[in-house]
Write a protein that binds this ligand. Structure first.
Ligand SMILES: Cc1cc2nc3c(=O)[nH]c(=O)nc-3n(C[C@H](O)[C@H](O)[C@H](O)COP(=O)(O)OP(=O)(O)OC[C@H]3O[C@@H](n4cnc5c(N)ncnc54)[C@H](O)[C@@H]3O)c2cc1C
Length: 311
């Protein structure tokens, strides 16, 4: 029997058996045993401590744009950052953003304050926390290029502020991927710009993305680019566009994107990705690494910590 009394008095909303598919861009997956919207730092710390005490894995969910939720759901506490943890505040040239804020709201708030530097990231359908964790990037900007510091909360519920320069990071990776800290907020250092310049850059990014990406539900690139090449080029050369398993299909627009063409399951996506990887291995001898994360592979230890492996 799970005791939820330690959560009383905290700024949060707790629900059981919450469907997760609508909270992912793939629109795939079963329910979370517990789902919590945490609205401030004490609530976040309290939920992490509670999950740990109950021996349940605690899984942060951002905008659900890089995850595959298993069909059977997650026997875990899945939580999103809400309330105060969605706020974006400007203190030129710094911008402080809650981990749950979207990259679009970050870019627009910065633009309104005459600051530039995040326009390239604006079209990534990501939360700030999810983006920092994986060092999300697009059109020549990675979030670590502008990250000053991050507030991290450990599974024991302890918060600390860490300078970005002390967090090892690289292409679609930061050391946070290997740990289990939650990114509660981030501070970015931007540069002054006119609204016209920022608007022009935002519009340019919007146009480029509209052309490049499919309209069906998807999770962006499913594989990372191998060194010196593009996963999309290799997959396209294998003739995989349109390959289908159940409701999952290799996008006809972009060979490194798997779309939910209707009723796709997580099992369909896994099988399709295995075939894509195999085709590239056989033809080019290149081993593709997944960029999307399969939350089924979250493993628990008694403290409720988890590690997520790629597909
Ligand atoms: C249409 C589309 C286009 C995309 N284009 C790009 C692109 O151009 N560049 C790019 O880099 N990515 C791109 N992506 C992938 C995706 O948007 C990024 O990986 C993004 O940073 C994931 O953030 P999220 O908030 O959606 O995280 P989620 O998908 O919700 O979670 C991803 C992982 O991060 C963890 N996590 C989430 N929030 C936190 C937190 N606050 N603290 C710690 N861990 C957390 C989760 O537990 C999970 O392990 C695209 C995706 C889509 C659907």
């Amino acid at each position: 029997m799970i005791d939820t009394s330690p959560l009383s008095g905290l700024r949060l909303k707790l629900r059981a058996e919450e469907p997760l598919a609508p909270r992912t861009t793939w629109r795939i997956g079963g329910p979370a045993r517990f789902f919590v919207e945490v609205e401030d730092l004490p609530a976040l710390a309290g939920v992490l401590r509670w999950a740990r005490a109950e021996g349940l894995p605690a899984i942060p969910l951002g905008k659900g744009s890089n995850v595959l939720v298993p069909d059977e759901g997650l026997d875990a506490v899945v939580f999103v950052l809400a309330g105060d943890l969605l706020a974006v505040r400007v203190e030129p040239p710094l911008v402080h953003a809650g981990g749950g804020a979207s990259l679009m709201s970050l870019a627009v708030t910065a633009r309104n304050a005459g600051l530039s530097g995040t326009e390239g990231l604006s079209g990534i359908p990501s939360s700030v926390g999810g983006a920092v964790r994986i060092n999300a990037g697009a059109y020549g900007t990675e979030i670590f290029d502008v990250l000053e510091e991050a507030t991290l909360v450990s599974r024991a519920g302890e918060a600390r502020v860490v300078p970005a320069s002390s967090i090892p990071h690289g292409y679609r990776w930061s050391a946070l991927v290997e740990g289990d800290d939650v990114v509660a907020s981030a501070t970015l250092r931007l540069r002054p710009a006119t609204r016209e310049d920022a608007d022009a850059r935002l519009a340019e990014v919007r146009e480029k993305r509209k052309k490049a990406l499919p309209t069906e539900p998807n999770a962006g690139s499913v594989f990372k680019n191998p060194p010196g090449d593009h996963a999309g080029r290799l997959l396209e050369a294998c003739g995989l566009k349109g390959l289908r398993v159940g409701g999952a299909e290799v996008s006809r627009r972009h060979a490194n994107v798997v779309v939910n063409a209707g009723g796709a399951t997580a099992a369909d996506v896994r099988e399709l990705m295995a075939r894509m990887r195999e085709a590239v291995r056989d033809r080019f001898g290149v081993e593709l690494a997944a960029e999307v994360e399969d939350l089924a592979r979250s493993v628990t230890n008694r403290t409720g910590a988890r590690s997520v492996e790629s597909l």
